[in-house]
Write a protein that binds this ligand. Structure first.
Ligand SMILES: NC(=O)c1ccc[n+]([C@@H]2O[C@H](COP(=O)([O-])OP(=O)(O)OC[C@H]3O[C@@H](n4cnc5c(N)ncnc54)[C@H](O)[C@@H]3O)[C@@H](O)[C@H]2O)c1
Length: 465
């Protein structure tokens, strides 16, 4: 059993702390946000993550998991102090280490003996050394001399399956330069490695860069498929067939080859920017990362361009109502950071459209960003969103959207356009339900735009009245 302090109780810190406590350790989670800590101590979990709530409850009840805003006691009793604070992108495009530096100082102020200080946050190469120098500086100022080690341990969990990923990691990367710290870190992760040892011990610079390398590779695959989807659609090819054609090649593999509305979330966008800045700082070409970002930016607007094209004969998007299914940046999370839905909604509103929004769990977070406006209707469910809409746009592929009651949806709509931003359905099934089906990287499947096929309101547009 180890005593662990986790600093920063966000998506990573809360999952990390909870999973370590699940393995029998004593964990104190520290956050500067008093309201968050009060909520957690009152039994409210601030994020949606499958399986997390039950695990938090079980471990707090067993007194293995605690939440506080106070560093002193938590750091004093901890052997391992893990930094899981936010590392956003600053105005200059570089990773902003303000939270890391502040939290490191707070650890150093509270140190009372040997500690392993672990950077769990995604941080640029050199941050481990920076943390080391801050601690030395504070200990010197305090006039004390304690041994300590700094370890880089980037996190690879995915929001939406974070608990599963943490409990059953593909690998755990440790950048470590002391045998003493390596021994403690091995002990910490041993319960997660019982089936097979997936601990990769390396130097700290490689560990720090590995995290950025992984995210950039994944974003590269997404942008490549999105870029290719546009070429496929224009040349009469089908991106879904191409996905199978290339994914079956073992050297390529089929994961992360879906074309869609672009990547979002708290990690890819900021990590790609930070990696670009790192390359720039070291005089390395940024052309590759520039393209990843450029393609992604354009892809986030693509669905609205398709909507504008579809509605062009009927007066454009002005005064049209679009139902948006899914707001979170991906399914199984309530995280709205950099979500493609935000770009889509902004562009629809800018063109004079109204939107009816529904997401299974991200409604509160979305409302906090978008606010209450007359052009936005917050809906109870999929059918509510579709009611009176001219088009439906599937933006986040929540499982519950896979088998929708298409007859009811179409019956409640003013028109019959379905824009599938995630290629969840097939043109054949959607046209058989009566929709005009517009997706990504394959030909649109339309009913004839004759007046017989147009519901009443579109009929009016078709005749230019
Ligand atoms: N979210 C993910 O899916 C994910 C996955 C892998 C890695 N990461 C990385 O992990 C890190 C954390 O990400 P997140 O999404 O959990 O962030 P987050 O913004 O959800 O949480 C960060 C928390 O740190 C707290 N904090 C900041 N400064 C503090 C201080 N001085 N003292 C105490 N608390 C402090 C904030 O109040 C906040 O609650 C980032 O570097 C991120 O890139 C995130």
């Amino acid at each position: 059993m180890l005593d662990i302090a986790i600093i920063g109780v966000g998506y990573v810190g809360l999952v990390t702390g909870t999973c370590f406590s699940e393995m029998g350790n004593h964990v104190t989670c520290i956050d500067k946000n008093q309201a968050k800590i009060d909520a957690l101590n009152g039994g409210t979990i601030p994020i949606y993550e499958p399986g997390l709530e039950e695990m938090v409850r079980r471990n707090t009840k067993a007194h293995r998991l605690e939440f506080t805003t106070q560093f002193t006691e938590a750091i004093a009793k901890a052997t391992v102090c893990m930094l899981a604070v936010d590392t956003p992108v600053g105005p200059d495009g570089a990773c902003d280490l303000t939270s890391m530096k502040a939290a490191t100082r707070q650890i150093a102020e509270a140190m009372n003996g040997y500690k392993v200080i672990v950077t769990k946050s995604t941080v640029p190469v050199g941050t481990t050394n920076l943390v080391r120098s801050i601690i030395t500086e504070v200990l010197d100022a305090r006039g004390v001399d304690f041994d300590f080690d700094v370890v880089s341990n980037p996190e690879f969990l995915k929001e939406g399956s974070a608990v599963y990923d943490f409990m059953k990691p593909d690998r755990v990367v440790l950048g470590v330069d002391s045998e003493r710290a390596a021994k403690i870190m091995r002990e910490l992760y041993r319960p997660f490695m019982l089936g097979s040892d997936r601990l990769l011990v390396m130097d700290t610079a490689s560990a720090e860069l590995t995290k950025y390398a992984a995210n950039c590779m994944l974003a590269l695959r997404v942008s490549y498929m999105n870029w290719l989807s546009n070429l496929a659609e224009t040349t009469g090819a089908n991106i879904l067939q191409i996905r199978k054609g290339i994914g079956s090649d073992k050297r390529i593999g089929s994961a992360f080859l879906w074309a869609g509305v672009g990547y979002g979330g708290s990690c890819f966008p900021k990590d790609i920017k930070a990696l670009r800045q790192m390359a720039k700082d070291h005089g390395i070409s940024t052309a590759l990362v520039d393209s990843i970002e450029e393609i992604n930016k354009a892809q986030k607007s693509l669905l609205v361009t398709k909507m504008a094209t579809y509605f062009e004969p009927f007066g454009g998007l002005k005064d049209k109502t679009i139902a948006i299914l899914g707001l979170a940046f991906k399914p199984d999370t309530d995280d709205m950071r950099e979500a493609p839905s935000l770009v889509i909604i902004d562009e629809l509103l800018a063109q004079g459209a109204h939107v009816r929004l529904f997401d299974p769990v991200a409604m509160d977070n979305a409302r906090a960003i978008l606010g209450n406006r007359s052009e936005i209707t917050w809906c109870q469910n999929e059918l509510d969103a579709a009611t009176g809409a001219h088009g439906i746009a599937l933006v986040t592929e929540w499982k519950q959207f896979r088998l929708l009651d298409f007859t009811a949806l179409l019956g409640s709509m003013k028109s019959k356009a379905f824009f599938d931003g995630r290629n969840q359905y097939t043109p054949k099934e959607m046209t058989s339900h009566g929709f005009d089906y517009i997706s990504i990287g394959q030909a649109p499947a339309m009913h004839l735009l004759s007046k017989d096929f147009l519901p009443h309101e579109m009929d009016v547009y078709a005749h230019g009245e």
